[in-house]
Write a protein that binds this ligand. Structure first.
Ligand code: ADP
Length: 318
């Protein structure tokens, strides 16, 4: 392969830049031309390409967000739009593509591969919601951001003897919530993976209040319920003064953690090596500390393992 493009797509995640850098450096060291594609599949369709040199990815390994920007581009589900994107690639001689993003981005990548443009996916999302990889790029940084926020909330929650609810991201994946809950000594973790039984939650908090618990932390994944309304109901039912907080996009930003930079760097190298071998339609994974890859089709047919032990440990440590 003589020329490779790299793009970031879907939600941004800290560490994406480290992955872009790794892809670019690996290409340049192998004498392969490399282009940064702006704005995900939107930029691919519009031909927004920048040819990288050794200086293009200087000083980005430690920067959050993505220098290539990201965009939602539902039009890419249209086969005609994908053919037009391939024409743009051909115009500069770009033969293959590294796609850094989530599940949706992988679908676009597989469609391109079917059309003869080899694509390799790198899991970039704070949600950790991609099957067959232990971690996605951005998860560790976001987790640390949540832990910092929860530590601060614990100070004020304890001082005022309150129940504090914190809503975190993750879409349908509870990994951010359960790991943060464990790291911060949360009383209760609620995620859509384990189901939400409001009566049970209230009963547990009632028991805590009746015991010698002076404050409580509840971590909950987004989209499960309205946390402000939940706070009112908990307060009414338990007598625990309760406040809800939504951490929101603060979780997406910030300097990538060491773990995310290492993961991103290793995955970026691997992606280029696979394209060099003429492979496509594969998703890079980390399994037990080893960087490997699986066919995207296998990944789409797989379900994430719910880390039951972590949820059990939260209960054991109440
Ligand atoms: P993520 O990659 O984080 O899951 P999205 O689901 O928003 O984020 O997908 C990112 C982009 O990938 C979309 O805006 C679209 O351009 C492209 N995409 C998503 N699903 C498909 C699909 N089925 N076919 C082709 N392209 C897709």
């Amino acid at each position: 392969v003589k020329s490779i493009g790299v793009l970031t797509s879907g939600g941004d995640a800290p560490g994406m830049n480290a992955a872009v850098r790794a892809v670019a450096r690996t290409c340049l060291n192998k004498g392969i031309d490399v282009y940064g594609v702006m704005l995900g599949y939107k930029g691919l369709h519009e031909g927004q390409f920048y040819k990288f040199n050794r200086h293009s990815t200087r000083n980005i390994i430690n920067i959050g967000g993505t220098i290539l920007k990201s965009a939602r581009f539902p039009e890419f589900k249209n086969p005609q739009i994908r053919l037009e994107a391939i024409e743009q690639m051909k115009a500069v001689g770009m033969e293959a593509l590294v796609v850094i993003g989530g599940d949706g981005s992988y679908h676009g990548a597989l469609e391109l591969t079917k059309l003869g443009v080899n694509c390799i996916g790198i899991p970039g999302t704070i949600d950790n919601d991609i099957p067959l990889t232990d971690h996605t790029i951005g998860f560790d940084t976001a987790l640390n951001t949540i832990v910092e926020a929860l530590d601060r909330l614990r100070d004020t929650s304890g001082s005022h003897q309150r129940c504090t609810i914190l809503e975190v991201m993750g879409r349908t994946c509870g990994d951010l919530a359960v790991n943060a809950g464990l790291a911060c000594g949360a009383e209760i973790v609620i995620t859509s993976e384990t189901g939400f039984d409001e009566e049970k939650v209230i009963e547990r908090l009632r028991q805590s209040k009746a015991g010698d618990k002076k404050h409580a932390i509840v971590v909950i994944t987004e989209h499960v319920t309205d946390v402000n309304e939940l706070a009112k109901r908990i307060e009414a039912a338990t007598g625990f003064e309760t406040r809800a907080n939504v951490l929101g996009h603060l979780q997406r930003g910030g300097r990538p953690s060491a773990n995310d930079r290492v993961l991103a760097s290793r995955m970026g190298v691997r992606a280029v090596e696979l394209l060099e071998q003429g492979k496509g339609g594969l998703a890079i994974c980390e399994q037990g500390g080893v960087i490997t890859e699986v066919p995207m089709l296998t990944l789409f047919d797989s379900k994430r393992d719910v880390p039951e032990e972590l949820y059990e440990d939260v209960l054991k440590l109440r």
